[in-house]
Design a protein around this ligand. Structure first.
Ligand code: HEM
Length: 396
């Protein structure tokens, strides 16, 4: 039993078929178990004809496709997806090789309200464990990387709730710090996940053994990215915390693309909060307008909690960029861009933005707590303190 299995029941009870993880994992609507078990051997042999026959065999007819429930449709995309990525890895454009799969993927996309191919959720969270686990290579390290992503899914679903709560609160409300603290507890899963990845997955295995399976495929004239870990929706947390109004054009562009690969309710969350005032901006404004040397305790607590969550995000990103740099080093890399379509430079810029926001909140709090120097001129009680924070817009 994994950590994931201990926390998953909390989200399974919700009315959202995409959270019915045990059901999706158990589902085999295309009768694909035996076929997908043979995929690692086909990939080892770069056997394009066998992969093509396997994909053709799995493609359901129109009536069968139309009768699938959302749970079954998600499982079907998962299984077709394994063959799509495998064919592409060996140089075949999958829908050119098996054109009859195109209308099926389009219909499954419509039924599931997701992109017309598999995503990181199909490849990890919705992927069965044990004998039925779907893998490109069958290597233990691939299983570890899948588990690393599996373990963050319930935490990010929970963070979505706490971030939603946070978005409706002001920093003078004690619930603001409380929502941040709970968000921080959830986001810690990202740090655990990247530590697990660094310990269990070598950059060389990722770069040479796995990355080629995550290439984009052509679906009716449009490229769709493979099931990359970059699609893990950490942006849900960034969005409310700082990204909605303190981002960079590069990160915005990356998110606009990544959001397409997420669940419908998460896309709705993005649309609802995009461009709104972030928690950091609310805090900055509130702190800037305080004229007393000490912040009101509630506001100080909000700042401490915000800095704590940002520090956790920063820790994840600092460790993550370490393994990403190695995997995309000149010696190892086969591709310039990550499987999520962005270069390492993006990771650097997102890490810098996270760090800038953390520093901003931490320093603001410390500055307000610092004793007023004896020689300092008295500050007018009616005028706000000089406020570099209030107007400051962070740049990457
Ligand atoms: C060998 C392991 C890994 C490597 C080499 C790697 C590499 C990368 C690269 C190059 C990017 C830039 C965007 C892109 O891919 O196009 C990226 C983004 C990202 N990756 Fe990874 N990654 C790894 C594991 C993970 C894991 C285990 C997680 C989470 C559980 C994760 C979460 C993310 C997220 C959330 C982003 C978006 C940028 C951000 O929020 O900072 N990655 N990764």
């Amino acid at each position: 039993m994994t950590l994931y299995d201990l926390v998953a029941p909390a989200i399974e009870g919700r009315y959202e078929p995409r959270y019915r993880i045990a059901g999706i994992r158990a589902a085999d609507p295309l009768g694909a178990d035996a076929t997908v078990a043979a995929v690692p051997a086909m990939n080892r042999d770069a056997d394009i004809p066998a992969l093509t026959v396997a994909l053709r065999r799995l493609v359901p007819d129109h009536d069968r496709t139309a009768s699938l429930s959302v749970v079954d449709a998600l499982a079907a995309v998962r299984d077709l997806g394994l063959l799509l990525g495998s064919l592409k890895r060996h140089g075949a454009e999958p829908l050119a090789a098996v054109p009859e799969a195109l209308p099926v993927l389009q219909e499954l996309a419509r039924r599931t309200d997701m992109v017309p191919r598999d995503t990181v959720h199909h490849y990890t969270t919705w992927n069965p464990l044990g004998d039925r686990q779907r893998m490109y290579t069958g290597e233990q390290m691939e299983g570890h990387l899948q588990n690393a992503v599996r373990m963050v899914f319930p935490a990010l679903v929970a963070a979505l709730d706490t971030c939603d709560e946070l978005a409706g609160l002001e920093p003078y409300d004690p619930r603001f710090a409380d929502a941040l603290d709970r968000t921080g507890q959830h986001v810690q899963a990202m740090v655990d996940s990247i530590d697990f990845t660094v310990a269990q997955v070598s950059p060389e295995f990722f770069a040479r053994g796995l990355r080629p399976y995550f290439e984009e495929i052509d679906v009716a004239g449009r490229d769709y990215l493979g099931p990359a870990a970059a699609q893990v929706p950490l942006w849900l947390v960034d969005l409310t915390l700082w990204q909605s109004d303190r981002s960079s054009p590069e990160y915005d562009a990356f998110l606009d693309e990544s959001v397409l690969y997420s669940l419908p309710s998460w896309r709705a969350f993005h649309a609802a909060h995009r461009g709104s005032t972030s928690a950091v901006s609310k805090l900055s404004a509130a702190i800037s307008w305080e004229s007393t040397p000490r912040l009101p305790p509630v506001l100080a607590a909000s700042a401490v909690s915000a800095a704590r969550v940002l520090r956790i995000l920063k820790t994840f990103r600092a460790r993550h960029i370490g393994i990403a740099r190695k995997a995309y080093s000149d010696e190892l890399r086969l591709y310039d861009a990550g499987s999520g379509g962005a270069p390492i430079a993006l990771l650097r810029s997102v890490l810098d933005l996270t760090r800038d926001n953390e520093t901003l909140v931490r320093h603001a709090n410390v500055r307000m707590h610092a004793p007023v120097p004896v020689s300092a001129p008295p500050r007018s009680a009616s005028r706000p303190a000089p406020a570099p924070l209030r107007e400051k817009r962070l740049t990457p």
